[in-house]
Design a protein around this ligand. Structure first.
Ligand code: HEM
Ligand code: HEM
Length: 170
């Protein structure tokens, strides 16, 4: 958790400074949006790995060898992949936030889908942090715990985030 906070702090300080360096503020702000997408992609293998496991379990027993192979692979790389998911998605949210703040004064038409994307990312990141670190006050309460897991694991927010992002950059 300590490292995570440092990462966030450094990011929040460095990105606007770096952004000011050589480029016009607006132009560099736009590049940060591309950087956020890069981190979103970097953090997604865990989601694919998990889907692969879930779908392979549904195959019938004639695929036993394949199922066992996937199960073993999942258990071997799960924790590293999940860590990559967490950090990368958090950085994506941080960079997306800075990008949004630099460009928020543009026309509503240019910003509205970006704002929706960012809101979905913030909700996913907050629920992800609560889940991963089993944040006490939430984790001790059964319904709050259930809601947090539901918020993150159902795919609706992720799908909304992806669609609004596509509309934003289209
Ligand atoms: C409060 C949230 C946001 C605001 C206000 C915002 C605003 C903007 C604006 C004004 C532009 C320039 C549009 C144009 O010139 O046509 C832009 C471009 C872009 N935004 Fe956002 N955005 C937000 C969130 C995001 C997020 C969360 C991402 C990615 C995860 C993102 C990715 C991009 C990309 C890739 C571009 C295109 C950059 C380029 O063409 O080089 N934006 N955004
Ligand atoms: C925009 C950011 C994020 C997106 C789009 C996202 C998306 C997802 C999705 C779709 C799953 C479910 C995979 C499945 O079971 O089908 C998942 C799982 C998970 N995410 Fe995220 N996530 C994001 C950010 C985060 C962050 C910031 C953290 C933690 C710091 C996090 C922690 C987790 C954890 C712990 C799981 C595992 C759930 C489990 O296996 O039981 N996520 N994420």
């Amino acid at each position: 958790m300590r490292y995570l906070l440092w990462l966030f702090l450094i990011l929040l300080i460095i990105t606007p400074v770096a952004a000011d360096d050589h480029l016009e503020e607006d132009e560099s702000g736009e590049h940060l949006g591309t950087l956020a997408i890069f981190f979103l992609i970097l953090g997604s293998p865990y989601i694919m790995l998990r889907r692969l496991l879930v779908y392979s379990r549904r195959l019938d027993d004639s695929n036993g060898e394949f199922k066992e192979h996937v199960r073993r692979m999942y258990h071997n790389i799960r924790s590293n992949m999940l860590r990559l998911h967490n950090y990368s998605m958090l950085v994506a949210t941080g960079v997306g936030l800075v990008h949004g703040l630099l460009l928020i004064n543009r026309e509503l038409g240019d910003t509205i889908f970006g704002i929706l994307t960012l809101l979905a990312m913030i909700l996913l990141s907050l629920s992800g942090i609560l889940m991963y670190y089993r944040f006490r006050p939430v984790w001790d309460n059964r319904s709050a715990r259930g809601f947090t897991k539901f918020l993150h694991r159902q795919w609706l927010l992720t799908i909304i985030m992806s669609i609004t992002l596509i509309l934003h950059i289209a």
